[in-house]
Design a protein around this ligand. Structure first.
Ligand code: FES
Length: 321
């Protein structure tokens, strides 16, 4: 908890239908850790919720963090708290930026694809690439123009020349295979949005033979969780102390560990953000997350206890202290 930044909400405005833009500034006036394109921060919200949100401000800024937050129709409390409870002037604790979706510093042309609120990190990437004079194209898909955030920034120089909007109810929905096929050879893909949008982009890229190393994505919503009827109970053993924690069906490993008073931080609770990543030293996890790559899952030396379980009767883990 000691690395939390003490900040103040200095602006809150509607960025689109059901999307608010938050501006947070340091309470002390001290410089913040510099923003990197693709990074996110965790907001510690009223009621004890901790939720990750991507930064969309220009990379390199150290005086503020700017976030776009969609009110989720199935909010588990996080986005509803942001929309309804946060007031300008309010103090907030914020985790230092983390980046699971960084731009690679290569000269390759970049294709940035955003679906819905996925525009948030993509906008930061566009700012960075434009500032560096890099070659890139940004395609942004939404159902209606009213639901698409940051259109004013995208319509201005220098981003306008790189940006194409695809609006479902204006007969300009995105033809994903055509967009990808129009890119130069060696293009790197960065895609953010709902799972179906990301899956379509990755499938189109693979169909065209793009290298896996060129495919980068960040999910904003997890796939539906497997029903509790599939859950098997298992035990977790803490390496070193040998303490045993039972995880019954219908209870996540993270809930069981936290109920036992163990220091496990969670945020998205959907296997998307990586906050709860935990090292596994023995046993076989049953991976249900969308954070680890297939190769990382196959190594079975780490798992996300907020959603993943175990195939073996026991997992032996180490927890960061
Ligand atoms: Fe986000 Fe577990 S809390 S992956």
């Amino acid at each position: 908890m000691s690395n939390l930044l003490q900040m103040r909400l200095t602006a809150k405005r509607a960025a689109a239908q059901d999307v608010v833009e938050l501006t947070l500034e340091p309470a002390s006036g001290a410089a913040l850790p510099a923003v990197e394109a693709g990074a996110h921060v965790e907001l510690h919200l009223p009621g004890g919720l901790v939720r990750p949100y991507s930064l969309c401000n220009a990379p390199g800024e150290t005086h503020r963090y700017v976030l776009g937050v969609l009110r989720e129709t199935e909010s588990r409390g996080g986005s509803a708290a942001v929309h309804e409870l946060l007031q300008v002037g309010q103090a907030l604790a914020v985790g230092a930026p983390k980046n699971n979706f960084a731009l690679r510093p290569t000269p390759a042309h970049k294709l940035l694809l955003a679906g819905g609120i996925g525009i948030t990190p993509i906008l930061g990437m566009a700012h960075q690439l434009a500032a560096q004079g890099r070659s890139f194209a940004l395609h942004y898909a939404g159902r209606t123009r009213a639901r698409m955030a940051f259109l004013a920034a995208l319509a201005d120089a220098p981003l306008a020349a790189h940006t194409r909007l695809h609006v479902g109810d204006e007969n300009s929905a995105m033809d994903m295979p055509a967009v990808l096929a129009a890119q130069p050879a060696g293009t790197e893909l960065y895609v953010c949005g709902p799972a179906g949008f990301i899956d379509a982009a990755l499938a189109a890229a693979r169909q065209l033979g793009w290298a896996e190393a060129h495919l980068h994505r960040e999910l904003f919503a997890a796939a539906p969780r497997q029903p509790d009827g599939d859950d098997q109970p298992f035990d977790i053993e803490l390496e070193g102390s040998g303490e045993l924690i039972h995880v019954p069906a219908g209870c996540t490993a993270a809930q069981a560990l936290q109920a036992a008073g163990l220091p496990l931080l969670t945020s998205c609770e959907q296997g998307v953000c990586g906050t709860c990543l935990t090292r596994v030293v023995a046993g076989e996890p049953e991976h249900r997350d969308q954070y680890l790559t297939p190769e990382e899952q196959a190594a079975n030396d780490q798992f996300l206890p907020c959603c993943s379980r175990a195939r073996s009767p026991r997992l032996v883990i180490t927890l960061a202290t």
